[in-house]
Design a protein around this ligand. Structure first.
Ligand code: RNT
Ligand code: ZN
Length: 418
């Protein structure tokens, strides 16, 4: 037996003494599908036209070399990322990450033909695909308003975009045999105090109802709606706030998306899961990391992530949560960003799956002192050894090794892009 095997076996035995089944935890972790967000690879630029690039609504900073310039390059980068993330996962697209443009066809006229090569790629890889309308980075986002714009012509443009993304999602779901999540997030809001907060919310609500008017089989496509507290440039009021979307989802039978970077810095989405999933069937997560006033930093194993994963696991929600990642950092290697964040989320899930039940038992006996002692004791359990074993079984490099492949790719492929 190799040294590593001996260590793993003794760690497994230690967990066994605490009533934790390591093999079961490894199996469960292997069954969790993450939605890997393609937009980390192109800095949320999309591939329609250079003129539209980040003209508003979404902000990415940094100029690390090697950004994907077209869908082929993006897929090539994703291939590497997916090889370095253990397990089987989906890929999520934004509505402007087209593979092909047709003369005279704008975002409100897209069909599956604009995304066909993504479908072929996903079929070949046997993975699912999600897609989200992109209500930003386009001249029709006017005064930071899309679906809530007072001009009906602008609203109609965006309604058509919302509808065509749902239809593309339906095709993805049908052809790939896994429902596509179609996530609605709009940057609509105001930099300074609006005189009227109600009218834009009413317009947005009516526009959303139009987008969702056609019923699509949930076996193929699921609609989700995403809130935001504020964004840079829209600090004073976001039309699609948390209350707006939570109630919109509840009254329309839509799935609520929690973006973990879209709340007050001391609010934790981990706490919200059991509140919402007591009354809703499923939720979608955009796992992200807020830093002070900004969201969308690469996720790391911190208290927020641990709580989120812990609540998902401890309450038996793994089958009711659709996990999507959502961050974009253009100051570091973009492939590494995918890999670090995805693996960190998996680590947080593993820690939760390996949690002994003793703290819960202490709580049942109202022994809150022991609960605290046991919660703290659990933090130093040797989960890292189990994680290394998971990577080994899934045939991916360990945490200390995966950067070697990324560095080599940076030299051989990314360096030639600039
Ligand atoms: C932005 C939202 C939204 C975007 C994507 C690109 O703050 O989180 O989900 O990240 O639509
Ligand atoms: Zn998000």
């Amino acid at each position: 037996m190799s040294n590593n095997e001996t260590i793993f076996n003794s760690v497994k035995a230690r967990y066994g003494e605490l009533g934790v089944d390591v093999e079961k935890a490894l199996d469960k972790l292997g069954s969790v599908t993450l939605g890997i967000h393609a937009w980390q690879g192109d800095d949320v630029r999309g591939f329609e036209s250079d003129a539209f690039t980040l003209t508003g609504g979404c902000l990415v900073t940094g100029n690390y070399p090697g950004c994907a310039r077209n869908a082929d390059e993006l897929r090539q980068d994703l291939d590497l990322a997916l090889r370095l993330i253990p397990g089987r996962h989906k890929v999520g697209l934004q509505g402007h990450q087209v593979d092909k443009m047709f003369p005279g066809v704008d975002r409100d006229g897209f069909t599956i033909d604009n995304f066909r090569s993504w479908l072929d790629w996903a079929k070949e890889k046997k993975i699912g695909m999600d897609i989200a309308p992109a209500f930003y980075g386009h001249p029709k986002l006017d005064h930071n308003l899309s679906l809530a714009h007072p001009d009906p012509a602008i609203r109609e443009f965006w309604i058509r975009h919302g509808i065509n993304m749902r239809k593309i999602g339906e095709v993805f779901g049908k052809e790939l045999g896994m429902p596509a999540i179609v996530n609605f997030w709009m940057p609509d809001g105001f930099k300074d105090t609006p005189a009227d907060r109600l009218a834009p919310r009413q317009l947005m609500m009516e526009a959303l109802d139009r987008c969702f008017a056609e019923k699509i089989d949930p076996a193929y496509e699921r609609d989700t709606v995403e809130q935001k507290l504020f964004g840079i440039g829209v600090e004073s009021c976001t039309v699609g706030s948390h209350e707006f979307f939570m109630l919109y989802a509840a009254t329309r039978g839509k799935i609520l998306c929690f973006d973990t970077g879209h709340f007050h810095p001391t609010e934790q989405v981990g706490d919200k899961l059991s509140a919402v999933l007591s009354m809703m069937k499923e939720v979608f997560l955009h796992v992200s990391r807020g830093v002070r006033w900004d969201s969308d930093h690469v996720i790391v194993v911190n208290d927020d992530l641990l709580l989120l994963a812990r609540e998902a696991v401890a309450n038996g929600y793994l089958d009711r949560i659709h996990f999507g990642l959502d961050y974009f950092d253009a100051t570091i290697n973009r492939i590494a960003a995918w890999v670090i964040g995805a693996r960190d989320f998996q680590k947080a899930l593993l820690i939760a799956l390996l949690e002994p039940s003793c703290a819960k038992e202490a709580e049942k006996a109202f022994d809150f002192t022991s609960r605290l002692a046991l919660q703290e004791a659990s933090k130093t359990l040797p989960w890292g050894v189990v994680w290394d074993e998971f990577c080994k079984r899934k045939d991916v490099p360990s945490d200390f090794d995966f950067m070697k492949e990324i560095k080599a790719y940076e030299k051989s492929v990314l360096a030639a892009r600039n």
